[in-house]
Design a protein around this ligand. Sequence first.
Ligand code: ACO
Length: 515
Amino acid sequence: MSWEAEVAELRRREEMARRMGGPDKIKRQHDGGKLTVRERIDQLLDPGTFHEVGAIAGRAVYDDAGDLSDFSPTNFVFGRGRVDGRPVVVGGDDFTVRGGAADAAIWQKQVMAEQMALELRIPMIRLVDGTGGGGSVKSLEMDGRTYVPLLPGWEHAVANLSMVPVVALALGSVAGLGAARAVSSHFSVMVEGISQMFIAGPPVVARTGVDMTKEELGGSDIHIRAGAVDLAVATEAEAFAAARRFLSYLPQSVYELPARVAPQDDVNRRDETLLSVIPRDRRRVYKTREILDAVLDDGSFFEMGRMYGRSVITGLARLDGWPVAILASDPYHYGGGWTADAAHKIARFVDLAETFHLPVVHFVDIPGFLIGPEAEQAGTIRHGARALAAVYQASVPWCSVILRKAFGVAGAGHSNHTRLRYRYAWPSGDWGSLPLEGGIEAAYRADLEKAEDPAALLQQIEGRLNKVRSPFRTAEAFLVEEIIDPRDTRPLLCEFASLAAPLRKAGPSTFGYRP
Ligand SMILES: CC(=O)SCCNC(=O)CCNC(=O)[C@H](O)C(C)(C)COP(=O)(O)OP(=O)(O)OC[C@H]1O[C@@H](n2cnc3c(N)ncnc32)[C@H](O)[C@@H]1OP(=O)(O)O
């Protein structure tokens, strides 16, 4: 006697599970421009690598003879697979089964997916598409009771943030717990016009007197500007590509180091445009991303969070093949000043670099924190202090390139000066506690008030001080270590990346990622 009958029953049940919510619900999914959870997993992973766990878990109906007559699979599909040959855990909501609602979920599957990533020390990829934990509404009728909310397995989801890379792709309507799962990640993506995210959806919000569509309430444009998610893309395929690309810069877990790829670009490439990219007129702006393209390995810059805290640019890149974290000022927004949003973005990004042992290269043009009533009302200094803490606690190798301004307390966040200052300044460098513009009025206030012609005196003081603000004066006193020809930036940064590589230490960081 063999076990052939049981194996056949297993295959029958697996087949029933693969039907998901049935043809109508699958059609609704496709008509809405969305893939099913199983199609998503197939497209995300290397072909043929998905090993599903708990495939036949669900709600079964038995006939009087005790035989299975109907089966509705649980609406969470998970297992192991490979991305670019490296193992990952992937877990996705099945919207075709009661909209991914909790009443059709077996929560232990989500818990185990997170636990599997944590214990196997491999990245976690969440494909979120569901109504969240709000399924208690239907369970009232189905089970005759509701529950006191708890977040099963949340401890694993949070622990993963300081242990393995976590990517969340919000691929449909994502509410409540689903939204929390989407943003409790290192990198999150939404699909424009197809995915929406909210704490509670339109029917719930309508009870507060606000009548909005899903897109108006929680479209991707809202969340990339609010900093809740990092990227919006046009298609699900682009979301999968973004997840794969993000993971390519990172180690499998904090116990490994980010891997070098075969260098594709000349280390000694000197870009002539760098000599004139910073305008001599300090009030004029320039395009930081062009500088990044000129000095980083060709095509290697992967920006994250572009639409949020826009005075700061954050992203991953490579230098001579080594993965690095890039922090850079963008003078197009608040002159590169640190707003509350920018400070929050910096803190989260530096924590990411610290957690996964990515050396940081900081391209600095910081006039200071944003000043004025708007900044005070936003609690800028509170968020700014958190950003400074992240910079000063980071133990990863750090190199700063001062492109232009470094002023005030925020300017002091250009690097951690308690460690070896690995720092270069371009000849356009300009620094101090307060910029002369406005600073003179504050420091020479009494003199200006007494003067017969305050405007003339102001001009005179300004002329006097402008003569001594040259970066060479600072270099004379060794208060800035090296002023460089901007065209030498790439060779010097590639040298930094290779000197930094052996200094990276695998293992959990004391000051790792904080959600
Ligand atoms: C603890 C927490 O997580 S609180 C979470 C709070 N959750 C919410 O606010 C979500 C409320 N629901 C919604 O806003 C909407 O249903 C959306 C935006 C999620 C989806 O809207 P639509 O795309 O128009 O889909 P629709 O409204 O038809 O719902 C899809 C399915 O989800 C189910 N569903 C939606 N919300 C819930 C809920 N709270 N409880 C149980 N099932 C739900 C629907 O019954 C439907 O099931 P079906 O496929 O079997 O017909």
